[in-house]
Design a protein around this ligand. Sequence first.
Ligand SMILES: [Cu+2]
Length: 672
Amino acid sequence: MKQSLLLLVVLGILLHVPLEGQKRTVSRAERFAKPDSKLVVEEERAWPRVSLPMPTGVILEASAVLPLLSKRLLVTSRRGELWLVEGAYDDPPVLRCSLYAAGLNEPLGLSRCPDGGFYVVQRGELTRVIDRDGDEHADKFETVWQIPVSGNYHEFAFGPFPGPNGTVRVTLMLAYNAPAYSPVPWRGWMLEIDPAGRMTPIAAGFRAGAGAIYSSKGIWLTTENQGEWMGTSHVTHIEPGDFIGHPASLEWSALPGSPVRLKPEDIPDGDKPIFELAKRIPGIKPPTVCLPYATLGIAPTDIVEDTTNGKFGPFAGHYFVGDSGQSRILRVTIEKVRGVWQGAAYAFREGFESGVARLHFGEDGSLFVGETARGWGSVGGKLHAFERVRWSGDVPFDIREVQARPDGFLVTFTRPVDPVSASNPASYRIASFTYQHHSSYGSAPVNRWMCPVRKAVVSSDHLSVRLGIACLREGYIHELKASGIRVGGREEALLHDTAYYTLNRIPEGDRIIPSEPQSGELCASPVPETTLAPTAKHPTELPADWSRREGDRTILLGTLPGMRFDQDELHVKGGERIQFVLRNDDDMLHNFVLCAPGRGEVVGRAALELGLSGAEMSYVPDTGDVLYHTAVVMPGATDRIFFAAPARRGDYDFICSVPGHFVTMKGVLHVR
Ligand SMILES: [Cu+2]
């Protein structure tokens, strides 16, 4: 029991999404209801989602899905089973499940074995599962390769991700005991295992790389989560010998077979972005496509390629990335520029019931979505879910792809644009920024510049726009907002108006604008530096008229792993002078925001809407619903504020407004 609790805590830390509250009151949960925005309704029209209901008595916490012949699925459950599932393609779906295997240790992936049977990654081994007598029950479990574990609860194994020639790859999580460490070989690595059980180390620097794919382009891509030594989440092209950021894994780079030459002390802990370090330290691989934290998910999981040849809609060949914390799916495109892969990320579909963990396309172009939030929590709110997404045939007006050009970008659309709005530079807003690479948890977006749009040229078919932009910066993420453009002939705006392009290399070729800066163009930050300074709502200075530092009452509120405060009910008297201390014992960033009665969810959502500018505002939206707040507190640190409790009696919500946290990180201050 204690162990499984630890496991939950750890998964929460690992994927930095909330732990299921142990003692949540229903009334609070009701207040924090599911999202039902206009956007989700629009997305639903083009990509409707249907829940795949389990037969009575079956708890299928789908952690991997493998389509079999005759519209059957083999599904792993995090609870340790393999289920044969029929009926998942039917309308409406009525599932029939039969148990194929049981007793596995937290399987988080599944693939076909070239010699028959299936590969399953358990915590401690890559296993080949075989049904020898054909009775649809596994009867042989072969250890293909034993995964090193020290026994630390944090040592998860993801995969098997199938590669060429019958090989599979796995990614091994670091152990964790504040901070993350690598106690046994290959923790924090991607490894390749061939059918004979021979292991080849591939790449290091992983932290929580939960997804990987061998793409039709013949390259490997992985997902990685924001955290220590990861400024933001990302998708990255992996080649043998690469190091993607977390130095704990480098403990093992001197072992025989390692293609990685770096040692832990080679990685400086400072304020430089990773692409700057990569310029002078060979072996460091900067992200291929960054997923800005909070804006495009908080905990990316699986990555799949749309190989449905149009059955899933207009994004054939693009990648879809699941996000556990925000219960959504993102879209990613890549291109190779001057020998380096890079590309863009876009919103795709929100509103899933639980944390999106695994994705797999079925034979008819259906996307099966395995979801779990046990130990993680998610915006969707359910503990687990299994859903199916199909394309309705509707093509929404959307950005199809952003590609780099020597002086800007080429933006293509799913439908012809209105040439008047699309050729007006004022229809676009472009900014660039990056993240720092350091041992502390995540990074705020830094060095943000606005990029003036000088020219917008619409193609003759009206399906693309060439943008000429000043102030492009290599290595930086470029945020392209095209909110001013409309679809041809109608007053319809883009379904998702923003893309994030990671510009590792600026291409060569023809320009549409001269390279010299124009007068008045300023490649500089319009955004003020983050401040921890006292304000009316962040009252860190002892008020002059207080005789005692403690006031009438001191409240010490702590944090727990998995996005919870250590108390969800606080009691004060109206008007009492309060010294309030938030002590962050967790390994993530948190704040405390005291809200007007019943306004916690509204404030939490408004904080989410702040997007990239949120970090500079301590994720506190500028609204009368916020009474007082602390700064965003680093792990192991505290922030102290002094305020008088509201005079009016009532139940005042408090939340952590760091994006995604408020769903579980909340409570009530009772004023009597
Ligand atoms: Cu928090």
